[in-house]
Design a protein around this ligand. Structure first.
Ligand code: HEM
Length: 534
């Protein structure tokens, strides 16, 4: 349902018209009527009252009045770039996705973001970063809406409004703008201890990337790949930056925050303009699609878990190169709409309860943010594959649909009759996954109860300077809490990760270090988690 680009009179309309803006030899109003003057209102005499009949004045000010759209409810601040993805073909045995066959080039748009700050906040704050990629494949759009941290705060999307309410500025004073250094954040993550792992990553150097170009990216959830024979494989997606993984230290980040709050977006745009195109290798960790969806004792449906790369190496499957800056921030970076439900044949979802909620949330929020249901027609969101849908009308419809019978089968438009199941090779086709017989419950599986062994593995994998940074980060952030009880509760959480960590933070806060309340997990470090030597 892409918009027509030529009007019935043969004049360019829609996207073509927008492209012509600011390039002609004279100015027009929105109706194409030539303007003589855009600097003076129509008045009854040079010192007289302005006349209501001045349509140009009203149109110009009215349009300006409506220039702002709501910012994203999360990930409001971001920067984007265009690029190309070239696949190696090394995933072809596990997925039939056409864009992952050997040597296929696919245009992409990537948007990097912080999570909590507003659109005008600073870049080098301590926060998770979004890493969302739109692949315009020959089979339709595939979005990988990931982060630079491979785990999430919560295990069930029903808590997402809660964790974001806790992380956003306090409702009374509207502070802090973009940092996790406040009572409600620490209150939430210490009461909901499944957040411990993500919080530890935030307090590590990963929480302050040096550049978007030096961040890893992760799909976080476990996805399901389907190959040409219908065979399924569970998978976790990874982006590995060619420049390596690098962070800012806290003092650097503080200075940059003041000197250049646009540091990350400037760095990305400058690098691309200079021809130093950032690159990431795309990779997958694969796991057998067993009925328990568990690998080496790790529940793959729990998004607070990683699978250490030493247990399941990342197989490189393609190369992403960002080589073109957006020409208009609003049209591209602001209006792009990612969705975890934008899937192509060969890539499917799992029953991760966090992923299920996301499938609902993105489309829903975009109806508000982008003014109705027709935002897939915006140039940045348009698929590069033919669209033949039966979606009609609605706010901001720009397509001029032909035909009289938007339903199938029909006997009026001569369209191909749609026979369900016949030669069907599309997305959203059920893969042969067994759904166990079950009773409706509001509860999590027992395997979601272990909140400390993975954080302990992360801590044990850190080098001495990385540990020092983590202790410094907890000490600073918790030191900003007004409530002593929250600081004390946080120390109880840290005691369950590691005594060295807990004692270091306790000393910094001038509080006693409590003893663990659960036995310390017996886990091996995962050297791949450390940035040293990455
Ligand atoms: C936006 C990642 C969990 C709701 C985003 C964006 C990213 C992201 C990267 C920014 C997209 C852009 O640049 O436009 C993630 C990851 C998650 C997660 C990796 C967990 C693994 C959730 C959950 C929900 C949610 C559980 C809700 C139940 C949203 C909403 C937006 C958003 C409403 C704004 C979308 C828009 O306005 O276009 N998320 N998210 N996210 N996320 Fe998530």
């Amino acid at each position: 349902s892409g918009p027509d680009t030529v009007s019935p009179t043969g004049q360019p309309t829609g996207a073509d018209q927008a492209r012509m803006a600011q390039s002609g030899s004279y100015l027009t109003n929105a109706q194409g009527t030539r303007l003589h003057d855009t600097d003076h209102s129509l008045k009854a005499g040079p010192r007289g009252p302005v006349l209501l009949q001045d349509h140009h004045l009203r149109e110009k000010v009215m349009h300006f009045d409506h220039e702002r759209i709501p910012e994203r409810v999360v990930h409001a601040r971001g920067a984007g770039a265009h690029g190309v993805f070239r696949s190696y073909g090394t995933a072809a045995n596990v997925t039939k996705a056409a864009f992952l066959a050997e040597d296929v080039e696919t245009p992409v748009f990537v948007r990097f973001s912080t999570v909590l700050g507003s659109r005008g906040s600073s870049d080098t704050v301590r926060d998770t970063r979004g890493f969302a990629t739109k692949f315009y494949t020959s089979e339709g759009v595939f979005d990988l809406v990931g982060n630079n941290i491979p785990v999430f705060f919560i295990q069930d999307a029903i808590k997402f409004p809660d964790v974001i309410h806790a992380g956003k500025p306090h409702p009374d004073r509207e502070i802090p703008q973009a940092q996790s250094a406040h009572d409600t954040f620490w209150d939430f993550v210490t009461l909901h201890t499944e957040a411990t792992h993500h919080t530890l990553w935030n307090m590590s150097d990963r929480g302050i990337p040096r550049s978007f170009r030096t961040m890893e990216g992760f799909g976080v959830h476990t996805f399901r790949l389907v190959n040409a024979e219908g065979g399924t494989t569970l998978v976790k997606f990874h982006w590995k930056p060619k420049l390596g993984v690098h962070s800012l230290v806290w003092e650097e980040a503080q200075i940059i925050n003041g000197v250049d709050p646009d540091f990350h977006r400037r760095d990305l745009a400058d690098a691309i303009e200079a021809g130093a195109y950032p690159q990431w290798e795309f990779g997958i960790q694969t796991f057998p699609d067993t009925p328990d969806q568990t690998f080496e004792g790790i529940d793959l449906l729990d998004p607070t878990n990683i699978v250490p790369e030493e247990l399941a190496p990342v197989r490189p499957i393609g190369l992403l190169t960002l080589d073109r800056n957006p020409s208009n921030f609003f049209a591209e970076t602001e209006q792009v709409a990612f969705h975890v439900g934008h899937l192509v044949p060969g890539i499917d979802i799992t029953d991760d309860p966090l992923l299920a909620g996301r499938l609902f949330s993105y489309l829903d929020t975009q109806i508000t943010r982008l003014g109705g249901p027709n935002f897939p027609q915006l140039p940045i969101n348009r698929p590069h594959a033919p669209v033949n849908d039966m979606l009609r009308d609605g706010m901001h419809q720009t397509a001029v649909h032909r035909g009289v019978a938007p339903y199938r089968p029909n006997s009026l438009d001569g369209g191909c009759p749609f026979t369900p199941g016949a030669g069907l090779d599309g997305a959203y086709v059920e893969t042969p996954v067994r759904i166990p017989e079950a009773t409706k419950v509001r509860e999590a599986p027992e395997s979601f109860d272990d909140h400390f062994s993975q954080p302990r593995r992360f801590w044990l994998s850190m080098s001495p300077p990385e540990r020092e940074h983590i202790i410094g980060a907890y000490t600073f952030e918790l030191g900003k809490c007004y409530e002593q009880a929250i600081r004390e509760r946080a120390l109880h959480v840290l005691a369950n990760i590691d005594p060295e960590l807990c004692e270091g933070v306790a000393a910094g806060l001038g509080l006693p270090a409590p003893a663990p309340t659960v036995p310390l997990a017996d886990v091996e470090p995962s050297p791949a988690l450390s940035q040293i030597g990455h």
